[in-house]
Design a protein around this ligand. Structure first.
Ligand code: TRP
Length: 492
C-alpha cells in the first residue's frame, strides 16, 4: 500500500504562498535589520553603504535565497536530509547548518529576552510605575548583572518559541507570522512618523541620505565597507544555515520560487531601511551616537523614548514590541531548522514523530548553550561567568587596547562569530559552488523553478551568479568576517 500521501501530510505544508512569505520574511527580518543595519549604515558611509548593500542583495542574496529554496523544495527535506539526498558527500554542510542554528540561538534567545524585558519596562511606565529602576542611562548595566532577571526573560523568550513551533508549520508558524509581520510593518511606520516630528530628527535623515564617499574613497576603505555590507546582507537574509531550506521544504510545488526569491530580500531590505529611518533620526534628535554595539538597541533607544515624555513610553513599548516580533519570527525559523531535521530523520526510520517533544528538547539544549551569554554581562570582568578572553588568561587592559579578538571578548560575540563568521558563509559558499558547477543550474534550479509552468526567465543571470559572482561574494563575507573577528586584534 502506498503510504506516501499520508506521510506527506504528517510533515505539514504552508497553507498559502502568502503565509510562506510572511514566515520567510519573518525569518529574515530580525535584530539584524533593526539594530545592525541602522548603525552600520550610519557609521559606514550612509547612502554609499546603501548602494553597495543593494548590489550585494541582488547579486548574492537573491541568488543564494533561490538556491536554498530550490534545494529545500526539490528534496522536500530540511538541510541535513536535503544535502544527503543530493549527494551523500555533502551531508556535512547540512550538519554545519544545525550547528549554526544552535550557536545563533545561543545569543539570539538572550537578546530576545532582553527585548522582552524592555517591552515590559515600558508597559510598567505606561501604567505609571517605574519600569526601569536604576535607569537614566544605567539600566542596561544594571540588568546585565541581574542574573535572575536575565535567566527569567531568556526562558520566557524560549517559551514563546516553543508555543509557536509546537503548533506546526501551518497552525503555528504561519498563523503567527501572518498576523505578526503586517503588525510589525505598521508599528514601524507609526514609530517612523512619530520620530519624524521630533525636533532635531532632520540630522538623522541627512546622515543617511548624504552620500559620504570618504569611507569608500580609498581601496582599504572600500573593502571595509564592502565586507561590512556583505556580512550584514548575508546575516540579514537568514542565509547559509538551512532555515530557508527547511521553510522551502514545506512549500507547495505550484508556487513560484523565482518570484519568492525576489520578494523575500525586497521586503527584508525595505524593513531594514525603514528601521534606519526610525533609529537614526531618533538618535540624532537626542544627540546620541549611532555607532554602538548592543548599547544602541538597549541603552540609546530606551533613553530616547524615556525622554519623549509620557507618550514616549507608549511609543517605546511599540518599538520594543515590534523588535520582539522581529526577533521571535527569526528564532522560530532557527528552531524549525532543527525540528525539521529530526522530523525527517524519524520519517526516514518510519518512526512516529512528536513535534512538541522535539521542540522541547531543542529548547532546553538552546537554553543551556545560551546560559554563558546570559550570565557574562557582555564580557564584564566582574560577571558571574567569565568571558572567553578572561578564561584564556587575557586581561581587561588588553581588551581596552583593542588586542582581544572579537571572537573571544564575550560569549555573545563568540557564538556570533563562529556562526556568522565561519559556519554560515562557508555553507553558502559550498552551496553556490555545488549549484553552479556540480549540480548545475540547468539540472537543479531550472526544472524545480519551472514546476507547474512557471517561466524561469532569469536563467542567464542566476547561472552566471551561481558560478562566479556569488562564490566571490561569499569569499568576501568569509574573508572579511575572519579578518574582523579574529585577525584585526592580533595586528593591534
Ligand atoms: N536574519 C536574522 C536577522 O536579521 C538573523 C538570522 C541570521 C537568522 N541567520 C538566520 C534568523 C537564520 C533565522 C535563521 O536578525
Amino acid at each position: 500500500m502506498d503510504k506516501a500521501p499520508h506521510m506527506e501530510h504528517d510533515r505539514g505544508t504552508w497553507g498559502s504562498n502568502f503565509g510562506f512569505l510572511m514566515a520567510a520574511v519573518g525569518s529574515a527580518v530580525g535584530l539584524g535589520n533593526i539594530w545592525g543595519f541602522p548603525y552600520k549604515m550610519g557609521s559606514k558611509g550612509g547612502f554609499a553603504f546603501l548602494v553597495i548593500y543593494l548590489l550585494l542583495v541582488v547579486f548574492v542574496g537573491v541568488v543564494v535565497m533561490l538556491g536554498e529554496l530550490t534545494i529545500g523544495r526539490k528534496t522536500g527535506l530540511g538541510a541535513v536530509g536535503a544535502y544527503a539526498k543530493l549527494s551523500k558527500k555533502y551531508k556535512w554542510v547540512g550538519y554545519l547548518g544545525i550547528l549554526s542554528a544552535f550557536t545563533l540561538l545561543a545569543f539570539y534567545n538572550v537578546l530576545g529576552g532582553l527585548v522582552m524585558r524592555y517591552m515590559f519596562g515600558f508597559i510598567l511606565e505606561i501604567l505609571g510605575v517605574d519600569g526601569f529602576s536604576g535607569a537614566e542611562g544605567g539600566f542596561f548595566d544594571y540588568i546585565l548583572f541581574d542574573y535572575s532577571g536575565m535567566i527569567f526573560f531568556h526562558v520566557l523568550f524560549i517559551v514563546c518559541n516553543v508555543v509557536i513551533v509546537m503548533g506546526g508549520i501551518q497552525g503555528g508558524i504561519e498563523k503567527f507570522c501572518t498576523v505578526a509581520m503586517p503588525a510589525l510593518f505598521f508599528m514601524l511606520l507609526f514609530v517612523i512618523i512619530y520620530v519624524a516630528f521630533q525636533p532635531g530628527a532632520g540630522q538623522g535623515y541627512k546622515d543617511m541620505l548624504t552620500p559620504d564617499l570618504k569611507p569608500i574613497s580609498t581601496f582599504g576603505g572600500f573593502v571595509d565597507v564592502l565586507k561590512t555590507a556583505a556580512g550584514q546582507m548575508f546575516f540579514s537574509l537568514s542565509l547559509g544555515m538551512g532555515a530557508i531550506i527547511s521553510y522551502g521544504s514545506y512549500l507547495d510545488k505550484k508556487e513560484n520560487l523565482q518570484k519568492n526569491s525576489l520578494i523575500i530580500p525586497a521586503c527584508d531590505t525595505l524593513i531594514a531601511v525603514m528601521a534606519a529611518c526610525a533609529v537614526l533620526p531618533a538618535c540624532a534628535a537626542f544627540g546620541m551616537e549611532y555607532n554602538q554595539g548592543p548599547g544602541l538597541l538597549f541603552n540609546t533607544m530606551q533613553n530616547v523614548f524615556l525622554s519623549m515624555g509620557s507618550f514616549g513610553s507608549f511609543v517605546g513599548f511599540m518599538f520594543y514590541f515590534l523588535v520582539f516580533i522581529a526577533a521571535v519570527t527569526s528564532s522560530i525559523s532557527l528552531f524549525e531548522a532543527i525540528v525539521t531535521w529530526r522530523i525527517d530523520v524519524n520519517r526516514e526510520k518510519g518512526k512516529k514523530t512528536n513535534r512538541t517533544t522535539i521542540m522541547c528538547v531543542a529548547a532546553v539544549c538552546s537554553l543551556i548553550v545560551g546560559l554563558p551569554v546570559a550570565l557574562d554581562a557582555l564580557g564584564s570582568p566582574d560577571a558571574a561567568v567569565k568571558a572567553p578572553y578572561l578564561l584564556l588568561g587575557m586581561t581587561p587592559e588588553q581588551l581596552d587596547a583593542g588586542q582581544v579578538p572579537m571572537a573571544i571578548d564575550a560569549w555573545l560575540d563568540f557564538f556570533d562569530v563562529i556562526s556568522e563568521g565561519i559556519f554560515m558563509p562557508l555553507g553558502a559558499l559550498v552551496m553556490s559552488v555545488l549549484i553552479g558547477w556540480k549540480w548545475k543550474t540547468k539540472n537543479l534550479v531550472v526544472p524545480e523553478c519551472e514546476q507547474s509552468g512557471h517561466k524561469f526567465w532569469g536563467y542567464g543571470f542566476f547561472d552566471f551568479c551561481f558560478k562566479f559572482i556569488t562564490p566571490l561574494g561569499m569569499l568576501v563575507v568569509l574573508g572579511g568576517q575572519i579578518y574582523d573577528f579574529f585577525i584585526k586584534a592580533l595586528l593591534a
